[in-house]
Design a protein around this ligand. Structure first.
Ligand code: AGP
Length: 608
């Protein structure tokens, strides 16, 4: 949430900062700004409301200066105005700060500083920071930032420059990520590696409580006790092509169509045919402990929570381990019972979601092992978890998560197989499960081939204002995910429900104006869902079904039928979610929405 970029080196800073902000735009896109040192004891700054393009248009093409900071904002404190746009400055205009996170005690700090004569020009919590730094500045920016930080309560990732310290940027992290980019004769800073991916792939992640002081020749990290931290650089393996749209009009479409490959990567090297099980190298748990696990609890948010709900059901039904999946923001404040022999998972595409991260820390504090299922390598959850599974989707840029979801599913299917084979699952059954999993990428290819038919259905319904999405068993979380995708990018109201639950209330919404999307498997629950469809049809409600190819009865009773290939019914969550992703995408396109950057949202939610 919000993006930070910083550059210190021999090149002109403004194009580098603008490019970094463009790549970070998915983190927040309501306003953006830069501040650049001129080298003459002053700073240049440009701030604009709106997307990065507005900032690009406003920045003079020949803007000089070789060190600076930039920010793209997702508003928390104060409306979307130019005055609230970062960077923020101290009264002298010599100190500039960009900030991600929330300073919880900013009101008290504002009062204190106002009494000392500071005049505030924005409504933000951030503006206290440059003024605190100014309060302590005596020719050493790093020392002044350290003194200022003592006052701050809350979360922050910050980058600070001073007009009189050419080439220096000071960064600090507490709860909001910061990464140093190590270049040749230049050093960069970012809220994630996207900020500088085209300049360097050598990165150093900061931990909470750490401060970095950097200049073109390198960087120095210190911790809360002012001790030097030596940390080697990691290499980022993402290719530039993976973060560009290529032939696609937007990232969401590209990411939906990448799924056969991204799932292939999640499964890659992990299908152990010899032993009819899954190999997961990063669990960091000894086999005796794994065998003794008596319960699995999963925490996550949004789409990752929906993947976790599938994971929990699978673990119960296939591995016969009691399991549940909970919304992380609820778990953290519920004082959860952490049972002995229980294993926890924190699931997050970005690995930076504050709700999930803080809940994970709370559970670790109570003594449990928490494994991460993350996409972003080196992210905070990935680093702080006790082990886990990277899903290897590649960078997901569209705010609406698609390929990360199916790769998270893949991680849960692998883990379930691994745990089941350590318990009661026979070798023959393990082979069947493996075969089903290995077939998923091709099955998804077939569904993607039905793109045009799905687009036609979306066109027919895109002007409806309300939708219901219904499924049972493993397809109930898929109904939740279909509804989330639709509301997120098209702004159409949609509710996901367990199909059997509609008679307990939601059926009151059914009428000719409200379509219902049914997910219909060919397992034992099919008949029950067919009855639900008949109940909806009897009340004049339009019915769309995503069902199994060849199900003529189903096709005959619904208004629109989207078939997926027949397979082992345990794997339908993979194939049935894809038509729902496409349906949401084409509805949003038809309504002229900004699909990749829907209103009010941001990709990585790093505030509570
Ligand atoms: C997904 O389409 C959403 N943008 C959102 O629900 C997301 O899944 C949620 O914020 C969790 O993100 P994470 O997976 O990065 O933790």
């Amino acid at each position: 949430m919000c993006g930070i970029v910083g550059y210190a080196g021999p090149r002109r800073a403004s194009p580098i900062l603008l490019e970094g902000l463009k790549r970070l735009e998915y983190r927040g896109y309501d306003s953006a700004g830069i501040a650049i040192g001129r080298g003459d004891g002053s700073l240049s700054s440009v701030r604009t409301v709106g997307k990065i393009q507005a900032l690009k248009d406003a920045v003079p093409k020949d803007l000089g200066g070789t060190w600076g900071i930039g920010h793209t904002r997702w508003a928390t404190h104060g409306g979307v105005t130019q005055a609230n746009t970062h960077p923020h400055f101290d009264g002298s205009g010599k100190i500039a700060v960009v900030h991600n996170g929330i300073i919880e005690n900013y009101r008290a700090l504002r009062e204190m500083l106002a009494k000392e004569g500071v005049v505030f020009t924005s409504e933000t919590d951030t503006e206290v920071i440059p003024n605190l730094v100014a309060r302590y500045y005596k020719g050493d920016l790093e020392a002044a930032v350290k003194a200022a930080l003592v006052h701050l309560e809350g979360t922050y990732g910050i980058a600070v420059i001073h007009a009189d310290e050419p080439g220096r940027i000071v960064g600090a992290r507490n709860g909001s990520p910061l990464v140093v980019g190590v270049g040749e004769g230049e050093t960069l800073l970012g809220s994630d590696v996207m900020a500088f991916i085209s300049s360097t792939s050598r990165v150093v992640y900061l931990n909470d409580g750490e401060i970095v002081s950097l200049d073109p020749s390198g960087f120095r990290i210190t911790d809360r006790s002012d001790s030097r931290v030596d940390r080697a650089a990691d290499a980022v393996t993402w290719e530039l092509g993976a973060i560009e749209k290529g032939e696609y009009p937007c990232f969401m479409e590209k990411e939906i169509f990448e799924q056969p490959d991204s799932i292939g990567r999640a499964l890659g090297g992990r299908l152990d045919q010899d032993n009819a099980t899954a190999k997961l190298g990063g669990l960091n748990l000894d086999r005796r402990y794994q065998r003794a696990v008596s319960r699995v609890n999963i925490i996550a948010a949004g789409t990752s929570w929906h993947a976790s709900l599938v994971g929990a059901q699978l673990l119960e039904s296939v591995a016969r381990i009691p399991a549940s999946a909970d919304v992380a923001s609820e778990v953290r404040y519920r004082n959860p019972v952490v049972e002995r022999d229980s294993l926890w998972f924190a699931v997050s595409q970005s690995g930076e979601t504050a709700d999930t991260l803080y809940a994970m820390r709370e559970i670790q504090r109570k003594g449990a092992n928490v494994l991460g299922i993350c996409n972003v390598v080196g992210s905070t959850i990935a680093r702080e978890s006790d082990g886990g599974v990277y899903v290897h989707s590649g960078p997901e840029i569209a705010v609406a998560s698609t390929k990360a979801f199916t790769s998270q599913l893949a991680a849960f299917y692998l883990f379930t197989l691994h745990m089941a084979r350590m318990r009661d699952m026979s070798r023959a059954e393990g082979e069947r499960f493996l075969a089903g999993l290995a077939a998923v990428p091709d099955m998804i290819k077939t569904v993607l081939g039905r793109r045009d038919a799905i687009q036609a259905v979306a066109k027919k319904y895109s002007r409806r204002r309300d939708f219901l999405f219904l499924g049972r068993g493993l397809l109930y979380p898929i109904a939740l995910e279909g509804a989330l995708k639709l509301k997120e990018i098209s702004y159409i109201h949609a509710e996901g429900y367990p199909a059997g639950e509609i008679k307990h209330g939601p059926i009151a919404l059914v009428c000719p104006e409200v379509p219902t999307v049914f997910l219909v498997s060919d397992d034992g629950l099919r008949e029950k869902v067919i009855s639900n469809i008949r109940e909806v049809k009897a009340r004049g409600g339009p019915a769309i079904a995503v069902g199994v190819e060849g199900d003529k009865e189903l096709e005959g009773i619904v208004d629109d039928f989207i078939p997926v290939p027949k397979m082992d019914s345990r794997f339908y969550p993979f194939t049935m979610v894809v038509p729902l992703q496409l349906f949401a995408y084409f509805c949003a396109l038809d309504l002229g929405r900004d699909v990749d950057q829907p209103r009010n949202l941001a990709k990585s939610v790093t505030v509570e």
